[in-house]
Unconditional design. Structure first.
Length: 142
């Protein structure tokens, strides 16, 4: 069955979202912190290069996104532009690229939100100091 190029692009953009989400969660979020720290330690200290590289892939969102993409290609049989093996190859690299673009944007947004929270806490502390008057110590908000 032939799928229009426009629909293939829509699938590309949509399928990259869960790939990015899974890759980011495993490589950055606290829920996977302990296994990720173990993998990071093993990626530095394992005796064989192969073992170090296998553990490293769980600490790098770019590396991990290739494996998540491969899994998605097996599950969905998504192909891009060609309906044979070349379509899988192109789809794989395109999905990795778009997913990593999404993760880059998400990382910048998350950093900006964190920065705004810090600035908000500083403003809140200044307001409390002004309300309490000069010379009184105010504990910083936790």
């Amino acid at each position: 069955m032939t799928v229009s190029p426009g629909l293939q692009i829509v699938w590309l953009m949509v399928m990259a979202i869960p790939i990015a989400c899974i890759s980011w969660t495993v490589t950055h979020e606290d829920i996977f912190r302990e296994p990720r720290e173990y993998c990071a330690q093993r990626s530095r200290s394992a005796s064989s290069v192969f073992t170090r590289k296998c553990f490293y892939l769980f600490t790098c969102e770019y590396c991990f996104s290739h494996y998540v993409t491969a899994l998605f290609l097996v599950i969905t049989r998504y192909r891009l532009l060609y309906m044979d093996w070349r379509g899988y190859l192109i789809a794989g690299f395109a999905l990795v690229f778009v997913a990593n673009f999404y993760m880059g944007v998400f990382g910048k947004v998350k950093l900006e939100v964190r920065r705004e929270r810090v600035e908000l806490k500083q403003v809140e502390q200044e307001v409390k100091r002004e309300q309490n008057g000069p010379g009184e110590n105010v504990r910083p908000a936790a």
